[in-house]
Every structure is written in C-alpha cells, then in structure tokens.
Design a protein around this ligand. Structure first.
Ligand SMILES: [Zn+2]
Length: 435
C-alpha cells in the first residue's frame, strides 16, 4: 500500500526545506524549485525483477525438501498477470497438514518499493538455511519452523515493477495503472479529498485486476492465520483498519497489538509507528488487502509493515524515498526485518495458541483448535457467512465470464450467418435484363 503516499509524505518536508533554503539569500529560489535530483536504481544492491525471480527459482530447485513454487496466472480485457508463490514447509510432504500454523506474506505490491522484494529473497534464503542471521540459533529455529507452512509471494506486482525498471521510478500501480492496494472489496472506491489517481486508482470495480483476483483466491484457499503485506515509504507496523481510524474490538486485536509492540521494541528500537493504518498514517485507505484479510478471510493476525522510508528525500526522487541507496543501510534493513519475521514465526503461533486457550477458558474449558475457534467459535455467524458469500461471489464472477463468452460467440455466429445469407442473396444468378 505504501501506506505513505508520495505527495502527502513529502509535501511538508519539501515546503520546509524550500523555505529554509530560501531564507539566507532571498534570491534564486526558482533555481531551487526547478533543481530536482533523481536517484537511479543502484544495480550493485538491487536485482532486476528477472534476476530476482531466477534466483528464487534456483533456490527452490536446490531445496526441494523444503520449498516448492507455483505460478498463478489470470487476465481480462487484454491484460494478463502472473504471480509466483513459494511454499515453505520444513518437511515439504506435510505442507497440506491443516494442524500447522499457516502464514502468508506478500512483497512488492507496489512497483517502486524494490527493497521489499529483496527482503523476500533474504527471508527465503534464511528459511532454506543458505544464509544466517547473527545470534540465530538453528536448532531453535528448526523447532519453530516445524510447526509452520509459510507461503511467500516475492513480487505481487511484476508488471508494475517492470515499468519502474524501464525508468518510471515513481510508479506504484500495476501494468495498467491500478493501485493493487485499493482494489479489494472492503470499503472499495471511496475517495478522500486529496485523492490522486496517479497514486490510488482503485480500478473499475473491486477485484477488477488479475493480480488482486489471484491474491484473493490464494488467501481464501490457503486460509492463513497470519498475513503480512510488506511495503516501504516509512517505518511502521500496522494492524486493521485502513479504512477507518480505529482498531477492531475483541481478543484478536489485543494480541495483534501485543505482537507489534514486541516487534517494535526488539527490531525497530521503538521507532516504528504502531496502530491502525487509518488511524496512524494521517489518511484513510479504502479497498486495501489487509482490511479484506481481516474482515472477510478472517485472518486473526493481519498486518501491513512499512520497512523503510527516507522522509528527507525529494518527492520526485522516488527511488530514494522508498529504498535504501547505500550498502550499509540496505543490509541493516534486510537484517533487521528478516529478524523481525523470525520473531513472528516464533511468537505468532504462541500468541494464537494463547488466544485460543483464552477463548476456551471463557467457554467452560471446552478445548478447541485454533481453526475451530476461527471458524465460528466465539465469532459472529454473520462474519463467517461473509466468507461463504465471498466464495459464492467468485463462482458468480466465473459464471458471468462464461455468460459473456457465450454472448460473444452467439453474436459472432449470428454475424457469420447473416453475412452468408447476404452473400447468397447477391451472388444469386440474375435474370437477363429484358430491356
Ligand atoms: Zn506500498
């Protein structure tokens, strides 16, 4: 989502810096206004999308016991998209074991946030034990990972990323100009007063975009317990809601906040902003992935992380605003946030279990699994039905697509039939003219 928008992020800083720059001399301010530096992608630090996906593919091939990868494709109206999904399971044959805790992580939803996709590669390298973090205990990590199935989407918006690589360094939307983090159905399409289509175009309808359709299907089928949507533009740990300035009521909300406070203390040195996306960032975001995951997929721990931002960068210098440009910051960000994800892998399941135990205790100690708890135990039936309706909605969309195809082919057949009749009519032998 780059919870932060380019315009709102730097307007204040730009005004302040221009004002400060003009103060000493009171002349040549126009020069300052016109002079914009734009940092290019540092190829010593960042992989191209092609190279990054190739490296991930090779990593998966080297670790068939732990990793697998699938490519999901979708398209409409002449536009198509594909998303690669890597599944990690300590013993791969157990990846369908529904007693394990399921974690879904997405990176690169916005094209210009290259650092997030580098983090995906780093996390997968650590999971496959090709890279290690300082102070990481492999034995303890293995016992943690034994209980998990982790699905990683390393680059959700490949088409948008390609536009960035071709030189449009400020592009965050997909290959046809839609913001993939405004294209989901919760509170879709609402526009704030400072709405900027270059930043937040929500598309023609909820899930109009192939990328969002793929992600929705993946989320509904995998049914994760923990979801993290990884962005850059600032340092923040957000929980729902994005479309209103409050956090949800109830136990899951309390446990989400506890986990975020722990991450902020250990890995962010308390610099990170914490709370609801809508309440913390200063504007509301409508139709976001995290609100959908929490409200509809019922993921009890749904987060948006913002892993890096340079608030001093010019608003036109997008690469610098959203990505570290020097070697040491680049490595610090990747190390800090890889460690943060390992903390989630360790404590997330623990918090979920405490949440379940608390719910069981409140109901006469009737022991339930976390899935039973989430599937309706102490949950409002209406919310559960919301999920079923969503699955039904996907079915309806598919029926509508088939109906459109049927109509199109009927029109084509009619056209062919009519043109044949008219051809026969005009090619019929005519009687010789009697005059
Ligand atoms: Zn973003």
């Amino acid at each position: 989502m780059a919870m932060i928008r380019r315009r709102s992020l730097s307007l204040y800083y730009i005004s302040l810096s221009i004002f400060a720059a003009c103060l000493p001399i009171f002349v040549n301010c126009d020069d300052n206004l016109n002079r914009t530096s734009s940092t290019l992608i540092n190829r010593d630090l960042y992989h191209s999308s092609g190279d990054l996906m190739e490296m991930i593919k090779n990593l998966v091939h080297r670790h068939p016991d732990k990793l697998s990868m699938e490519t999901i494709e979708a398209g409409n109206k002449g536009y198509s998209a594909e998303i690669r999904v890597v599944t990690y399971c300590h013993r791969r044959k157990e990846s369908d074991d529904r007693s394990k805790i399921r974690i879904l992580l997405s990176f690169g939803q916005h094209g210009r946030e290259l650092i997030t996709t580098e983090l995906a590669l780093r996390i997968l390298s650590i999971l496959s034990e090709e890279q290690f973090l300082p102070n990481m205990n492999p034995v303890s990590l293995n016992s943690t990972l034994d209980e998990l199935v982790i699905k990683v989407v390393p680059m959700e918006n490949l088409n948008g990323r390609k536009l960035v690589e071709e030189g449009d360094l400020c592009e965050r939307r997909n290959g046809r100009g839609v913001d993939l983090n405004r294209n989901w159905s919760v509170d879709w399409g609402k526009k704030e007063k400072d709405y900027d289509p270059y930043e937040e175009n929500p598309g023609t309808a909820p899930f109009s975009e192939p990328e969002s359709q793929i992600m929705r299907k993946l989320a509904l089928s995998f049914d994760p317990h923990i979801w993290v949507n990884v962005h850059s533009g600032m340092e923040a740990l957000f929980m729902p809601y994005d479309h209103k300035n409050t956090t949800p009521d109830g136990l899951p909300s309390q446990w989400m906040r506890r986990l975020l406070e722990q991450l902020n203390k250990i890995h962010c040195q308390k610099r990170c902003m914490i709370g609801s996306g809508g309440g913390s960032v200063g504007y509301l975001a409508h139709g976001t992935a995290t609100d959908y995951m929490f409200n509809v997929v019922r993921v009890p721990m749904s987060f948006t992380f913002e892993i890096y931002g340079d608030s001093a960068a010019s608003s036109k210098d997008c690469f610098k605003m959203f990505n570290p440009t020097d070697h040491s910051t680049f490595n610090r960000v990747l190390n800090d946030w890889s460690a943060a994800f390992l903390t989630i892998f360790k404590f997330g399941p623990h918090y979920l279990d405490e949440l379940r135990a608390k719910a069981s205790a409140a109901n006469g100690d009737k022991r339930v699994s976390i899935d039973e708890y989430l599937d309706g135990y102490l949950m409002q039936r209406t919310q559960k039905d919301g999920k079923k309706l969503e699955v039904l909605d996907i079915g309806m969309q598919e029926i509508r697509t088939y109906f459109r195809l049927f109509l199109l082919s009927s029109v084509l057949l009619m056209f062919m039939f009519c043109s044949r009749i008219s051809k026969n009519k005009y090619s019929r032998p005519t009687t010789p003219c009697e005059c």
